[in-house]
Ligand binder design. Structure first.
Ligand SMILES: [Mg+2]
Length: 217
């Protein structure tokens, strides 16, 4: 089983790191920046899209947010357990969103994954997540969840205030992600391969040409 794992808001506390950086950038008391309940360019913090992009860029380049953000509780342990059970961990993240910061974004992401002991076999930087194959995805973004499901993909919602309107499956912790994926693995193990039909493939066909030319002997 390939598990497609998002980083920001699923493995890593993007919002906490971004909040700290915005507090530094604007000399603000961070407690005045509420949890985001609508996933957009942080309009609830008063940002326009352009202001968000600039604050995000400075958080990545000046505060090295992707290197220093906190992991969400239990993520390493849960992913190790799944990896030990044979799950192929494919990290799928949309972090290269502006030019001239790709080296920092990619290098800090890889450093963060190592420092936080996240097991993985592939690391994909892509926005178009349904086009990265996985048997099951875990994501927090309403837009990603909807587009994955519209593409016929199975996706677990990682619970955040801005995605509560989405139907499940939903996990509120990494312990719940682990339990859900283990259940999926067990269900696969219980599946019995059904015969396609009851026709002996070696038996002569009742109609049509002979399976091989008759011998002249
Ligand atoms: Mg995310």
């Amino acid at each position: 089983m390939v598990l497609g794992v998002d980083l920001d808001g699923v493995c890593a506390d993007y919002e906490g790191a971004f909040r700290a950086s915005v507090g530094r950038q604007r000399d603000l008391d961070v407690t005045t920046l509420p949890p985001q309940t609508r996933m957009d360019a942080y309009s609830e913090w008063g940002f326009t899209f352009e202001e968000f992009e600039e604050a995000h860029r400075r958080a990545v380049l000046e505060d090295r947010m992707f290197r220093h953000m906190e992991p969400l509780p239990g993520v390493s342990e849960a992913l190790w357990e799944l990896s030990d059970r044979g799950v192929w961990i494919r990290i799928i993240t949309h972090r290269l969103i502006f030019n001239w910061a790709h080296e920092t974004s990619a290098a800090d992401t890889a450093a963060w994954l190592d420092a936080n002991r996240i097991p993985y076999r592939d690391l994909c930087f892509i926005g178009d997540k349904p086009n990265v194959g996985a048997d099951l995805y875990i994501d927090d973004s309403p837009g990603n969840i909807v587009s994955l499901r519209e593409a016929g993909r199975a996706a677990i919602v990682f619970d955040q205030p801005y995605n509560r309107h989405l139907p499940g499956p939903r996990a509120t912790s990494w312990a719940e992600v682990l339990a859900y994926v283990v259940d999926e693995l067990d269900a696969r193990d219980r599946q019995v391969e059904l015969p396609l039909d009851d026709v002996d493939p070696l038996a002569p066909r009742s109609t049509g040409a002979p399976r091989r030319p008759e011998s002249d002997a």
